[in-house]
Every structure is written in structure tokens, then in C-alpha cells.
Design a protein around this ligand. Sequence first.
Ligand code: UDX
Length: 450
Amino acid sequence: MKQICVIGVGYVGLVTAACFSDLGNRVIALDISEERIEGLKRNEMPIYEPGLEELVDRNVSAGRLSFTTSYPEAMEKTEFAFIAVGTPSGVDGEADLRHVAAVARTIAEYMRTPLIIINKSTVPVGTGDWLAEIVSSNQARPVPFSVVSCPEFLREGSAISDFMNPHRTVLGSLDPEAAEKVAQLHLPLRAPIMLTDLRTAEMIKYASNAFLATKISFINEIANICEELGADIKEVSVGMGYDKRIGPFFLDAGLGYGGSCFPKDVKALAYMAADKGRHPQLLNAVMDINNDRRPMVVSRLKEMIGELDGCTIGLLGLSFKPNTDDMRDSPSVDVAKSLQEQGAKVRAFDPVAMKVAAPLLPGVEMTPDPYSMAEGCDAVLVITDWNEFKHLDLERIRDLMKQPVLFDGRNIYEPEKLRSLGFNYRGFGRGYNDHMLDAEFEQDVVVAPA
Ligand code: UDX
């Protein structure tokens, strides 16, 4: 049984703490927010993550997991200190490292025994070295320590299973002995462990997220072309995905990426490149394509129903993706705001995010279920691909609406089915299906000039 302390009880920190305790370690999770820690002591989760409450409860009851706001208590016997605090975007897109710096200074102040400091927060390449400098220059008296980078690859909504079944563990350090000790902690997970240097580990995290974001913007660009040429993006993704070099994942066209990671990490990587005089043209294009998705939904809707002034529009889903109540950089906020600016009334339903969303969406009426949301609507927009939306009673929705218009921002429905139910339906990149309605569409062939 190892003694571990985890600093920061957000998504990453809390899941890391709960999972390491479940693997049999003694874990103290620390946060400077009294409110969060007091809540956790009453088994109230600060975030919605499936399975987390049970996991925390089980390990607290077994005496392996506890919560504190006190650094002296957390640092007393610990051999490993995981840093999992936020690294929000600064003014120019750079990662804001204030929280990481504050944690490093406080660790330095309270550490009494040799310590391995493991950074889980997504930080610019080179931060590990900077962190080591902060710790050594703030120690009251010298105590040996090492810094290891161990980036997280947890998806919200499936974070526990991602932690317990990782594709890989990446460990970066200039101290092989420390990296080996951290590797031991991860052995029960039975995944490949890659040992590398600090900067390379930090880059692996950014490059992975940027690549996934690129896949999404790529497929969204192909969806735009599909719309013009009469091809169906859903089928195109399936056809591409069978190629093992491409793979079937992250090829869902729609409203694009949001959340706490992709937008900030792509921006930060582009910033790092530009800061060194490089021109990150691919990353810039990835961001541009993603930024275009949100206004595009509103313009598509106007093509379908005309001016929005005086209309009532319903939003199905508010969170940036299913199985989370996270509203950070969720497309719903921009879409709702744009609809309201154009004079529409907006109503919404989300299975778990309405409480978190309400303060971010002034004037948006939250409804108790999808059916009351649809009542009297001139159009409904699918914003989040929650599974439960795939099995709604669509005939009931149709009958409740003022006019049966549905724009599917996540392509969760089949166009033929919706049209057979009498909906005026459109999605992203469903070219053939959309053009079937358009008598003037000609299947002309565009030939590249010789
Ligand atoms: C992501 C990474 O997956 C994870 O490894 C990292 O550590 C943190 O960031 P997360 O932000 O939880 O995780 O969300 P993810 O499931 O990756 O989805 C990100 C966004 O991309 C969502 O907005 C989702 O709707 C969108 N997306 C995803 C698409 O638009 N199309 C896809 O095919 C896949």
C-alpha cells in the first residue's frame, strides 16, 4: 500500500484519487476549496461522472480515501504528490500556470520527506523543469524530490473506465528511478507503460489531443463538401473507418468539439509554436473549422424556417457532450445566444446539465423533459448526442411542435425515418439525403482542370 496525495479535486484529480485508492493505495485528496472538500466528506460529488459517487463512497468507507484542505496533513507521510489543478487558457491562448505554480510553492513549503511530484495537469512543454525550479527555490531546507510528467487521457463521462483500462501510461522524467516508482503504481492497470523524458511526455499529451481535434475538424470539412456534392457523411465515415490506418473513432461530423480540453489544448499548442516563430497552419485551420460549426447551425436553421424573430426554438441537450454536466465551451451557449440575438425564444432540455447550464444561459427556459421542451416550438435543434435522445417518441414530439422542423447538430437520426414521420429534417453533411428534396440539384461531375 503506497501513500499518495492528489492536489486538486476536479475531474482529473478526483477520478485519479478514487481510482488509486480503489487499487489499494492510501490516498489523501486535497483542494483549497473548503466547500468542495466539505461536500466530499458528505459524499457529495462536485461534478457529475458516472460511477464516481459509489467509488468514492466505497474507498472512504474502507479507510483508503480521505479529503482535506490542509497541506501539512496531506504531505505528512506521502511519497507521491499528484498535481491535478486547472490550467485554463490565458489571454492569448497560452496555458495559465498560476495554479500549478501556487501548488509547487506550497508543496515546497510543507514537504518533509523525499517526494515524487507527478504532474497530471496539461501544461506547456518545459513546465516540468520550471516546476522543479520553483520547488527547489521555495524549500525551507533541502529535501530530495523528483518531477515526473504523467499526462491524463481521461474522457469525461467515461473517466473511471479510462483510468482503469488505459490504452497506455506515459511517464516522463529525467530521474529514471522516480519514473520506475511511478510505473509501479500503474502496473495493476496492465497497459503499456512508456518511459520518456519530461518534455516529450508533455508533448505527447498536446499532440494526442490536437490529433483527435484534427480528426473532428477533418470530418467536418468533408461533411461540408458532402453537402455540396450529394454524398452522405455518416456513410463516408463508416467507409473510411474500416481502414485500420484511419480507424472508426472521432469521425462523427456535427457541431464540433467543445469541453475543457480540446479547445484550450489546440490553442495552447498553436501558441507554443507561434511563440517560437513557427506557423502552426494545420492547428489554425482545425480551430477555424471548429469555430464555424456553431454559427452554421443557426444559418442552416434560417434556411429551413426563415427569419427567427418571434420563433420558439428548442434545444435538445446542453452539455458539450453526453454523460457529463460539463458546460465548458459547450456549443449550446453560443447557439442559444445567437438565436436570442435574432429575436427567438429559446427553451432547452438536458438530462443532467440544466442546473450547471442555467446561469450561463440567461433567458433560456429549462423544461422538465424533451416533450415539454418541444411544445409549441417552430424548430428543434439537437445539440448533444445523449443516447436517450435517440429513442424519443418522435411522433409525439412532432405533434407537440408548432411546425415539425428538426436540425440535427449531431446526426443522431436517420433522415429517411424522420422525413417519413413528416419532419422537415436536416443534419450536417447528409448531402444525398438533403438533395433528394431539392428538385433542382443536378448530379453534375466536377472535373479538375488538367
Ligand atoms: C478529451 C480527450 O479525449 C481526453 O483523452 C483528454 O484527456 C481530455 O480531452 P473529453 O474532453 O472528455 O476528453 O471529450 P471527448 O470525448 O474526447 O470529446 C471531445 C469533444 O469532441 C466533444 O465536444 C465531442 O462532442 C466532440 N467529438 C468527439 C466530435 O464532435 N466528433 C467525434 O467524432 C468525437
